[in-house]
Design a protein around this ligand. Structure first.
Ligand SMILES: Cc1ncc(COP(=O)(O)O)c(C=O)c1O
Length: 383
């Protein structure tokens, strides 16, 4: 196997069109905020049907901006799941709020409305579901919960751009949707992210937050007699601007999102067929009312005690398997804040058995054959 290429769990698909789109911007007048920002935002808005899209320079910045727009602050809490990248929780702490971790469904890894509801009280401002692995959560139940409790629903859709729930696209399912364009994500801009919303006031706050709280619209300035140069700083904010160069890449990629997802779905279907009878592992389920984006393909080892051996063997055999994720609440920083094992038993169990196997649009059919054969052989030896 030594001469075979390493197959990562995920990777970008960047082609000559994408490179040309970036070069065109580099040859032009704008490197940072310019026409490619507007073009990418319009493209995201038409693709997702969200009325507003604002790009920022990472998925983390998108979450931070969404939390700020929703008014999260000191004394507040958010309810989210621990089966996520740490940014979902960290951004709440940066806003001075605290995080409560709700447990997930044992087979999908998705937050349940009931487990979230149990943690909501008068301090709760946001409920933040994670569309883990590209599978949209149960937004009907989550929207009902948000409405009942007067909370804002912020979807962490870093994994799920391009997926749908009951026929509606990700981007329209929550009050605010944050997504990421990191290279392993559904589309990439190297680094980048976006916040999608139908609410013009939330959108305006995001536009300010990503640019130091600056307002340039003459109609919105407090000083209506201001000169043509004027801007006012009307809020706290940061430099979370996404450069034109990267927006050009993002926009070019957006044109391929449907075909990327179609390929991911084909690959997931192959795994579902070819790994179904492998003893000792469980495959990911798909809810009937969603079209998942299959950002990652996570198998679960039935005996958690054998996960490490299988993982090490697959790595040794050239598969760039990964674990998504060690639960956020068990990382030392969160443990030091009082979080403990046992807080979210399903998420902890899910995590202890999870292995993400290679899945990305450029994975060839022959590569899939190799992944399947490698997992079959390893499972036969070890499980
Ligand atoms: C679920 C989730 N949320 C947030 C993020 C943060 O996105 P970024 O890496 O673009 O800052 C990621 C990316 O890894 C993620 O997977």
């Amino acid at each position: 196997m030594a001469d075979q290429p390493f197959l990562p769990y995920g990777r970008q698909s960047v082609d000559a069109d994408d490179i040309e789109a970036v070069l065109q911007v580099l040859r032009g007048d704008w490197l940072t905020t310019g026409p490619a920002v507007d073009a990418f935002e319009s493209g995201l808005s038409s693709f997702t049907h969200a009325r507003h899209a604002r790009v920022v320079n990472s998925g983390t910045a998108a979450l931070h901006a969404a939390y700020a727009a929703a008014g999260l602050g000191k004394g507040h809490t958010i309810v989210t799941s621990p089966l996520t990248f740490v940014a979902t929780a960290h951004c709440a702490l940066w806003m001075g709020a605290d995080v409560r971790f709700a447990d997930v469904d044992p087979t999908t890894g998705l937050i349940g409305a009931d487990s979230a509801a149990a943690l909501v009280d008068s301090s709760t401002r946001l409920i933040v579901p994670i569309d883990y692995a590209g599978h949209p959560c149960d937004y009907t139940a989550l929207r009902a919960l948000a409405e009942k409790t007067g909370t804002t629903l912020v979807a962490d859709a870093a994994h799920s751009l391009g997926a749908t729930y009951e026929g509606d696209p990700v981007g329209t399912l929550a009050h605010l949707t944050a997504t990421s364009f990191h290279p392993v994500k559904p589309i990439t801009s190297a680094e980048g992210g976006a916040v999608l919303t139908d609410d013009p006031e939330l959108d305006r706050r995001i536009a300010q937050f990503r640019n130091h709280g600056m307002e340039r619209d003459p109609g919105r300035l407090r000083d209506q007699d201001a000169g043509a140069w004027a801007y006012e700083v009307q809020a706290l904010g940061l430099n979370y601007r996404m450069p034109d160069v990267l927006c050009a890449l993002g926009l070019s990629q957006l044109g391929k999102l449907e075909s990327f997802i179609a390929r991911r779905q084909e690959l997931a279907a192959r795994y579902a067929r070819d790994l179904e009878d492998v003893g000792g592992i469980d495959l990911p389920p798909t809810a009937a009312n969603t079209t998942p984006g299959w950002h990652i393909y996570v198998i679960r080892v039935q005996d958690a005690g054998r996960r490490r051996a299988l993982f090490d063997r697959l790595r040794a055999d050239g598969l760039g398997v990964q674990v998504h994720y060690d639960p956020v609440h068990l990382h030392p920083f969160y443990a030091d804040r009082g979080h403990r094992a046992g807080e979210c038993p399903n998420a902890e169990d899910f995590s202890s058995r999870a292995i993400s196997i290679p899945l990305y649009p450029a994975l060839a059919d022959g590569d899939v054959d190799r992944v399947v054969a490698t997992i079959r052989a390893a499972a036969a030896d070890l499980l």
